[in-house]
Design a protein around this ligand. Structure first.
Ligand code: UDP
Ligand code: MG
Length: 314
């Protein structure tokens, strides 16, 4: 079997790493083509995400010189997730499988063979999962792992320590196309697709050159986007808080009655404090209930596909 593999690489201001990335990916792709693992129609596609430096000029130049290199130019910077999606959707019809990876060579390209083999073994989606974070700073490791824990705590089904280094087959890409949401969080959507999936472990390296385009601020925004796109748990928390406050007011009622029976009362205390907590609780519960409906409306507006038929024996 040798199917067509496309490597999809989003690039934002990556002029410093691009020459090395193109060089290494060319060697890799050629060796896979030569060994017959993938078809000679396989290509690498660089998606320029509105870079402000010479990234696009470089991509154009490599496209001239190197038959394996293709380029896609987005009209402006739309962020990593959209660059990945744009790349995948543009090449979908031409390939049998696509692997998305960072431009900075942080994702170990030596495991690409493993991705492809798992696909040949029947996996429609193969996740690259990093098995060590030794090269990360303590801060990056702490925030990144906190991110995955927070997400799963919020009920978002994501693969632990999987970023967007992943193989998707044509079938999986067709399914992905049905997700039309604008708040794009691919790591949350891909597990929703279903199909047989596999995992490839790899050690993530240090950025080859240049600096991370994901500063803490962007990472936080990304996490909030991920949670609010997939989970209405934050709304449920409001209801929970309301119930707690209401229970507190009931405890105060009991406390004041017991206090009154024992003979120590402060005039006016009970009526004011109990009504503050009682009504506070009721208002939060009401907000939470309204939130439940808004959450439903929100999920409906995403118009996600309700199912995906994998096989039909007719
Ligand atoms: N990227 C992009 N658009 C952006 C930000 C980043 O296409 O607005 C690309 C970037 O060029 C890289 C990948 O997304 O190929 C991951 O970014 P980066 O390596 O900076 O993130 P980190 O690995 O530090 O989390
Ligand atoms: Mg990186």
């Amino acid at each position: 079997m040798n199917k067509i593999l496309y490597l999809v690489v989003p690039c934002y201001n990556e002029e410093q790493v691009l020459p090395e990335t193109v060089k290494e990916l060319t060697i890799k792709l050629n060796s896979m083509i030569d060994s017959g693992l993938v078809s000679d129609k396989s290509r690498m596609v660089f998606v320029n995400d509105g870079s402000k430096d010479k990234t696009w000029e470089l991509i154009e130049q490599y496209h001239q010189e190197n038959p394996l290199v293709l380029g896609i130019k987005l009209s402006r910077n739309r962020g990593h997730q959209f660059a990945v999606l744009a790349g995948l959707m543009t090449v979908k019809e031409r390939c049998d499988m696509a692997i998305t990876m960072d431009a900075d060579l942080q994702d170990d390209i030596d495991v690409i063979d493993e991705f492809v083999k798992q696909h040949y073994d029947g996996c429609e989606i193969v996740y690259g999962v990093r098995n060590s974070r030794e090269t990360d700073t303590f801060f990056k490791r702490f925030t990144a792992e906190g991110f995955y824990k927070l997400m799963s705590g919020m009920g978002v089904d994501i693969v632990f320590n999987h970023a967007d280094y992943r193989l998707m087959s044509r079938t999986a890409l067709d399914a992905l196309e049905n997700y039309r949401e604008v708040n794009l969080f691919l790591r949350g959507i891909v597990p929703l697709l279903g199909y047989k999936t596999g995992i490839v472990e790899y050690a993530r390296k240090e950025r080859f050159a240049g600096e991370s385009k994901y500063p803490l601020k962007k990472m936080l925004a990304f996490a909030i986007d991920g949670i609010t796109s997939f989970s209405i748990k934050p709304i449920r928390m409001i209801t929970g808080l309301g119930i707690l406050a209401f229970l507190a007011s009931i405890i105060m009622v009991i406390y004041t009655i017991v206090g009154a029976l024992a003979g120590n009362t402060v005039s006016g205390w009970a009526s004011i404090v109990i009504s503050i907590w009682g009504f506070g609780g009721l208002i939060l519960i009401a907000l939470g209930m309204i939130g439940e409906y808004i959450g439903k409306i929100y999920m409906e507006t995403k118009a996600r596909p309700r199912y995906q038929v994998e096989k039909f024996l007719d």
